[in-house]
Design a protein around this ligand. Structure first.
Ligand code: HEC
Length: 179
């Protein structure tokens, strides 16, 4: 009797295991497919260190677009350097090409600032974060050295003071967001 019961439960276990396997495999596969997308969507905290590691993870030079109408090493003005290359993530590019009037939360602009000899001097970053600084259109500002050393981060007063001249254009200088 005991033997039979054991045999039955073993058998049931086997049947269950076999029946369950495909569902489990499917779930595992799905989780693996979803993981990279979920990781990409995880936007950084409002610290320059988090933004820096996010930029490395995103490999922005390879995966983001350059500012519409601007190529590599275009001529910049004071204070950003002689030569500039500016990248924008999908959210920022969408607002630029769609003439949205302003950038949405999650928009990130990375401007590489070069010396006249084309060596990289610094990265200046604008990152729009919902509710971060409502008085100044919720931009998080950062200035980083070529290897990620933090020079400015947060509600950068120097950055804001100058970029506020473009308040009507969401603090953006390089092109109009509405026309
Ligand atoms: C004295 C004025 C001034 C200050 C200060 C300044 N910027 Fe800018 N910024 C500009 C101008 C002008 C441009 C347009 C690019 C160019 O022609 O150099 C620009 C462009 C940018 C861009 C590209 C998007 C855009 O607005 O066109 C980013 C990103 C940026 N600045 C970040 C910063 C950060 C971060 C700081 C502070 C660490 C900062 N800026 C300080 C004047 C300034």
């Amino acid at each position: 009797m005991l033997k039979r019961l054991l045999g039955m439960s073993l058998c049931c276990g086997l049947v269950l295991a076999v029946a369950c396997a495909p569902a489990e495999e499917q779930a595992a596969e799905q989780a693996m497919e979803e993981a990279p997308a979920a990781m990409q969507m995880q936007l950084p905290d409002t610290t320059a260190a988090a933004v820096w590691s996010y930029l490395q993870q995103e490999d922005y030079r390879a995966n983001w677009g350059m500012w519409p109408g601007k190529g590599k090493l275009y001529t910049g003005r004071d204070p950003h350097g002689a030569l500039l290359t500016t990248y924008a993530n999908a959210a920022a590019l969408g607002a630029l090409t769609g003439k949205a009037g302003s950038m949405p939360a999650g928009a990130i602009i990375v401007k590489e600032n070069f010396m006249p000899d084309s060596s990289l001097a610094a990265l200046t970053v604008m990152y729009k974060v919902d509710g971060y600084d409502p008085a100044n259109n919720n931009w998080f500002w950062a200035k980083l050295g070529p290897a990620g050393g933090v020079q400015v981060e947060g509600r950068g007063q120097g950055c804001i003071a100058c970029h506020a001249a473009q308040r009507a254009n969401d603090f953006v200088f390089t092109s109009s967001l509405s026309q």
